[in-house]
Design a protein around this ligand. Structure first.
Ligand SMILES: NC(=O)c1ccc[n+]([C@@H]2O[C@H](COP(=O)([O-])OP(=O)(O)OC[C@H]3O[C@@H](n4cnc5c(N)ncnc54)[C@H](O)[C@@H]3O)[C@@H](O)[C@H]2O)c1
Length: 440
């Protein structure tokens, strides 16, 4: 059973105004807290990391300008509180859980943060509350970490407390897909739970699409991000064959994208980073293995994506060899190390692996990224360089680079310093203006 509730006009204040606690104030939780406040709710933001709260308070969080402006208007004012004290949860009418759900180094779901957050939420839950899981996880998580423990505390989910899963769809760094215009999927434990969650979230979304259970909402989110992983992997495959045939991969994708049905453009690149694509499909794969349900397409896509940064490093080493530059004399600059344009986020960024692999091969590496002031790769702290800076260190004068690898091009980033003397490996596939570039 599913339905779409009437699209709510963004920024409309719901009645009656409620107090909503947001647990976890990261890339998802902070914009959610801002959107909830804009929608008219009183907001309490809870985070276990005092440095995060301090950063947000000082206006230093990585946010889109529109969110930064709104946050500036809310911080320190009534109706918007930031705290590290979980006791504040008891005063909330609703709680939205937005903590990270990464994978460990064996690519197994790491629910440490989510378990801790849900334990806290359950401990402070009171009758009348609506509790919404917004974090991405495997199917059954809402029931396992919220419904069961709430019942064990004597609060009957669906009666004393309302529980739902409403996975988040924010797209950090891209104003095109604002939270308030994006449809939100909500799956309640019961129809009443779904309705209560929808009431809370309605003013923060373009529309609410209800599904019949928390599990349906959980699997919807996994489908969305697995779809992206598979298609990015397919775009990489096409880039490899296009390049081998002497064709421009981006030209092919652009042309295919003119088809008005049955095609959606995905772009090749150096791999996939961030907290979604490299992680979420592993929640699905982990669950499918337990159920002995093979998912070979997803498995192959994730394996290929994981291998992509290594392929970039290999191509870079190959280009150095072609130019007759011994690895131990080579200098390589990586341009843009954030996992995607417009964000100051290096989580799972392929750039880190590329830099580490080149460094391990003996190459002297450095990077430049206006959004990333410091970076550790392969256990080494790397130098951030401003390619425009006047030469102070003789090592930094151009064209000193034996190779430049462009990994991420931020919006408006000036790359005109890339001159003909500098060989460029364009892992973005999009630098058409750089005539002397090569791709993978
Ligand atoms: N980043 C994205 O683009 C994106 C998009 C959609 C969905 N998601 C999903 O949203 C969830 C959150 O991701 P994120 O990128 O915002 O993570 P994040 O790492 O940016 O932020 C998480 C915040 O939660 C805090 N936290 C950790 N444990 C806590 C606890 N027990 N109590 C209170 N706070 C705690 C951390 O200190 C941190 O500030 C994940 O499940 C992710 O998969 C992420």
């Amino acid at each position: 059973m599913s339905s779409v509730l009437t699209a709510a006009r963004p920024h409309r204040a719901p009645t009656p105004t409620t107090t909503v606690a947001v647990v976890g104030l990261g890339y998802v939780g902070l914009p959610t807290a801002i959107a909830l406040r804009t929608a008219g709710h009183r907001v309490v933001g809870l985070d276990v990391d005092p440095r995060r709260i301090d950063l947000i308070t000082r206006g230093g969080a990585d946010l889109l300008p529109h969110d930064q402006d709104r946050l500036g208007a809310y911080v320190g004012r009534p109706g918007f509180a930031l705290t590290g004290d979980p006791a504040a949860l008891a005063g909330a009418d609703a709680v939205v859980v937005c903590v990270p759900t990464p994978v460990d180094r064996h690519l197994v779901p790491d629910l440490t943060a989510l378990r801790a957050a849900c334990e806290t939420v359950v401990r402070h839950a009171r009758a009348g509350q609506t509790i919404v899981l917004a974090s991405t996880s495997y199917v059954g998580t809402t029931r396992e970490l919220l419904v069961g423990p709430l019942a064990a505390r004597g609060l009957v989910p669906g009666h004393d407390v309302h529980v739902a899963c409403a996975p988040e769809r924010v797209d950090p760094g891209r104003p095109k897909h604002a939270q308030e215009t994006t449809t939100r999927v909500v799956g309640g434990l019961s129809p009443a739970c779904g309705l209560r969650a929808a009431e809370i979230l309605r003013g923060t979304a373009g529309a609410i699409h209800t599904v019949g259970s928390p599990e349906a909402a959980e699997l919807t989110k996994l489908l969305e991000n697995t779809f992206r992983a598979v298609n990015i992997s397919l775009a990489n495959e096409f880039a490899d064959i296009a390049g081998g045939l002497g064709l421009d991969p981006a030209e092919i994708v652009e042309a295919a994208a003119t088809k008005p049905f049955g095609f959606m453009p995905f772009w090749p690149g150096p791999g996939a980073g961030g907290h979604c694509i490299p992680c979420d499909p592993h929640y699905l794969l982990w669950q499918s293995r337990a159920r002995r349900t093979p998912l070979p397409v997803t498995e192959a896509a994730m394996t290929a994506l994981a291998a992509r940064p290594g392929a970039v490093a290999e191509r870079a080493l190959g280009l150095l060899a072609e130019r007759g530059v011994p690895r131990h004399d080579a200098r390589v600059l990586v341009v843009g190390v954030a996992y995607k344009p417009g964000v100051a986020d290096v989580r799972e960024s392929p750039a880190v692996e590329i830099l580490a692999a080149l460094s391990a091969a003996g190459v002297r590496v450095a990077y430049t990224d206006p959004l990333i002031p410091a970076l550790t790769a392969g256990g080494r702290v790397l130098r951030h360089l401003d390619p425009w800076a006047p030469a102070g260190d003789p090592e930094d004068t151009g064209p000193a680079w034996d190779l430049v690898v462009v990994h991420t091009a931020h919006p408006g980033q000036d790359l005109t310093w890339l001159d003909e003397r500098t060989p460029v490996l364009d892992a973005t596939y999009r630098l058409r203006d750089v005539g002397h570039r090569v791709v993978l």
